[in-house]
Design a protein around this ligand. Structure first.
Ligand code: 5AD
Ligand code: FES
Length: 358
């Protein structure tokens, strides 16, 4: 189903159904796509305004016990040098975030049980009391008790992408840990119950991801009422199962991992979830270093995540190759993003920038 670009715009929030989403994902006409970009940008402006929120990203450890088929940090990858930041190093990054006016730090790692519950709780408490920023965690599929303890310590938000809602594909790319099956949907519900603001999202163009399941992913974003939704292109990593043996679907069914497809998903996400915080991701900046970030922000996104990780660790956090910002310092990322945001006439958000609800 397609629309004549002269006709009234057919999209609006909950009015966007399965067939329409699918049609947009398969749309390749630049003129018609302009309607999608305009509608998403308009919805973004009316729902969350012109502010772009800065979330300082600290990649606190690249150790991981999991074997996700797409990610370069998986336990069997012996080619990367492993690191874990000290509490003092993390606190120094948080202070730098404060100095730069960021309202939030996001601490991310592989699923690393060297990060103990008590140690992490202490880091969270120190950031809250000594620096006073919103704290977002993205530390993998930890036991519910760990998540509860960190909430108790003062963490505000948790990010965990479900990657795909196609359960067969999900299981193929997320092998169990011992006898614990990976179930991110259950954990996302727990996180909500514990009082976190909850973020999730998917990769776009995972080999085996069909258009149908991507439509379903988008519908899930709406039904889960997510506070934050991160979507980015899948980027093959040569030292992973999927990188070595991708097994894509036939071309008419396989979602491509392209820049264009990423913009479509960002725009549709904004239309389906008007008030969500949506980042213009590093993966998008990686496949279009010139202006991927800006285009994401002009097609629905309202968040960026400047990297604060000390430079000596950055290149080791190789979830995919040729990641943007590998050689830049925290100061350079801040300057770069500030300029990019201002170049498109947007303003820089102040304060924690939590989910707005009306
Ligand atoms: N390409 C793109 N994104 C990836 N991620 C992990 N590996 C890759 C890859 N090869 C994303 C996942 C994960 C987030 C932290 O990074 O969506 O949830
Ligand atoms: Fe890091 Fe542009 S955001 S260099």
């Amino acid at each position: 189903m397609f629309w004549d670009s002269d006709q009234p715009y057919p999209l609006a929030g909950a009015g966007l159904g399965y067939d329409q989403i699918l049609a947009w994902l398969r749309e390749d006409d630049e003129v018609r796509l302009r309607n999608l970009w305009d509608a998403a940008d308009d919805m973004r402006r009316r729902s969350v305004g012109d502010d772009v929120h800065f979330r300082g990203l600290i990649e606190i450890s690249n150790h991981c016990v999991r074997r996700c088929a797409y990610c370069g940090l998986h336990v069997e990858n012996t080619k990367i040098e492993r690191y874990r930041m000290t509490a003092d190093e993390i606190l120094a990054c948080a202070r730098e975030a404060k100095e730069y006016g960021y309202g939030t730090v996001v601490m991310q790692s592989g699923e690393d049980y060297g990060i103990t519950v008590a140690w992490m709780a202490d880091v969270i408490r120190r950031i809250k009391s000594e620096v006073g920023l919103a704290v977002t965690l993205s530390l993998g599929e930890r036991p519910v008790e760990d998540l509860a303890a960190w909430k108790q310590a003062g963490a505000d938000r948790y990010l965990m992408r479900f990657e795909t809602s196609d359960l067969k594909l999900y299981d193929r790319i997320h092998p169990p840990l011992g006898n614990r099956k990976s179930d991110r949907f259950a954990l996302l519900e727990e996180l909500r119950r514990l009082g976190y603001e909850v973020g999730s999202g998917v990769m776009i163009g995972i080999p085996g991801q069909s258009y149908d399941t991507l439509v379903n992913d988008l519908c899930m974003f709406r039904s889960m009422d997510l506070d934050m939704i991160g979507v980015g292109p899948y980027i093959p990593h040569p030292d992973t199962v999927l990188g070595r043996d991708p097994q894509p679907l036939p071309p008419d069914q396989q979602v491509p991992n392209t820049e264009l497809m990423t913009y479509k998903v960002v725009a549709l996400t904004r239309l389906l979830c008007p008030q969500a915080n949506i980042p213009s991701t590093t993966a998008l900046a990686t496949i279009n270093k010139a202006n991927g970030r800006e285009l994401g922000l002009c097609r629905g996104a309202n968040v960026v995540m400047p990297n604060l990780t000390p430079v000596q660790y950055r290149r080791h956090y190789e979830i995919y190759p040729a990641k943007a910002c590998i050689n830049e310092t925290a100061r350079e990322c801040r300057f770069c993003l500030k300029n990019r945001v201002q170049s498109i006439g947007r303003t820089i958000g102040q304060g924690p920038g939590g989910r707005v609800r009306s």
